[in-house]
Ligand binder design. Structure first.
Ligand SMILES: [Zn+2]
Length: 322
């Protein structure tokens, strides 16, 4: 063995110092290994792709499958509203090359942090094909239209919007990583086919309960309700972070007693206390709706699971023969 040193700069001098076949093979192998290593440096420093909420993360993960895994900013059972960034979140934002968010109507807590981030930010609510719904107010939806801004930010709860977002995610990922462009577009096409099937499945499942009125915890399901022709009667809270006033509670109780809602849905992120005060004397049925997948594992499967859980909760609580 002539040399044990795998010198990456040796190729210029290699022919002179190689005296026999074994040594030459050794040197050549080291040389090609060094080329591979040089090629691997940018690959191992793959740009960080960050998604803000679990449903967004799920759609991004589906498009990235086989090329990498996105980071999730807000995991666990937390509200999608009024989140407070931790120092570790700020570091994640700074490290990211590409950030997918719903938009300023949802991630209000990000506006300051994003202005100093060097990442490219994809605002999904502005992508082509994403349909917007206005925030609801009046009657049992409450009067305060500042709670969510003028437009409802829960855009992912319509599979047609998830399809538009999936396509936009593929375009953004391909632009930043042309080497995987074909994979991103192929993954997106596959996800779109799955989302179309999911949409049909949910429409069929909900058809029997479309006329049944119900109350939700907060006004998060406009997209879902509009897509599937459901009959929500109102929301319990005007803003998930604010306490519900006595007058509002009285009006809700009255509505329940008059049969204007047959079911009441709480959310796993928020304590059930408020719901207990309402269902204690009205005996209304109580279900759970989870708009964020708070209790689901992050990943490509979260989005379809979240949507199926919504449909199942509604059919179970609203179904006549439960
Ligand atoms: Zn919300």
């Amino acid at each position: 063995m002539r040399s044990k040193k795998a010198n990456v700069d040796s190729h210029a001098t290699m022919p002179r110092i190689v005296g026999e076949n074994g040594g030459m093979m050794m040197r050549l192998r080291a040389f090609f290994l060094s080329l591979i290593l040089i090629g691997l440096v940018p690959a191992s420093a793959t740009p960080v792709i960050l998604a803000t909420l679990k449903p967004v993360h799920s759609l991004v993960a589906g498009v990235m499958a086989g090329a990498g895994t996105p980071e999730l900013l807000i995991g666990g059972a937390l509200s999608e509203h009024s989140y407070e960034l931790k120092p570790s979140d700020a570091r994640k934002l700074q490290a990211a090359a590409l950030i997918f968010e719903i938009g300023p109507d949802m991630e209000t807590y990000l506006s300051g942090a994003l202005s100093s981030a060097r990442a490219k930010v994809i605002v999904l609510e502005e992508m082509p094909g994403v349909q917007r719904q206005p925030a609801r107010h009046g009657g049992l939806w409450g009067e305060d239209d500042d709670a969510h801004g003028p437009r409802d930010p829960h855009i992912w709860l319509d599979p047609q919007n998830a399809i538009a977002m999936t396509r936009a995610i593929a375009v953004a990922l391909a632009a930043g990583d042309p080497a995987h462009a074909a994979l991103y577009h192929a993954n997106a096409a596959k996800r779109v086919t799955e989302l179309m099937a999911l949409d049909k499945e949910i429409a069929a499942a909900l058809a029997p309960v479309r006329a049944e009125p119900y109350l939700v915890f907060h006004d998060a399901y406009h997209y879902f309700e509009a897509r599937y022709g459901l009959k929500p009667a109102g929301a319990i809270t005007v803003s998930p972070e604010r306490p519900v006033g006595a007058r509002r509670l009285a009006a809700l109780r009255q509505a329940v007693l008059q049969g204007k809602a047959v079911c009441l849905f709480r959310e796993p992120q928020f304590p059930p206390k408020l719901i207990e005060t309402l269902d204690a004397d009205t005996k209304i049925r109580v279900g759970v709706l989870d708009p964020l997948g708070a209790e689901l594992e992050p990943g490509p499967g979260l989005y379809p699971a979240l949507m199926r859980h919504l449909a199942q909760s509604l059919t179970q609580c609203l179904g006549k023969n439960r």
